[in-house]
Design a protein around this ligand. Structure first.
Ligand SMILES: [Zn+2]
Length: 67
C-alpha cells in the first residue's frame, strides 16, 4: 500500500498579500476557511484588494472605537 504521506499533513494556503505559502495553525482551526494571510502584518497590508470585512473580524475592530 503506497503511503507517501508526510508527517506534516497540514493544509496550506497562499497568502493574499505576500504570495507565500503558509501552513495550518492551531489558532486557525475554527477560521481556517477564512484565513487568507500568513500573518497580521500581511492582513493589514492589504490595500489593493477590496474584500468586504468579515463578520468575524468586525468584533475585533469594535474595541478600537472605544479607545
Ligand atoms: Zn503574507
Amino acid at each position: 500500500m503506497p503511503k507517501t504521506r508526510k508527517k506534516s499533513d497540514f493544509p496550506q494556503k497562499i497568502c493574499a498579500t505576500c504570495g507565500r505559502p503558509f501552513a495550518w495553525r492551531k489558532k486557525w482551526a475554527k477560521v481556517w476557511d477564512e484565513v487568507r494571510y500568513c500573518s497580521k502584518r500581511c492582513r493589514g497590508n492589504r490595500d489593493s484588494t477590496t474584500a468586504p470585512a468579515s463578520p468575524l473580524t468586525e468584533r475585533a475592530s469594535a474595541s478600537r472605537t472605544a479607545g
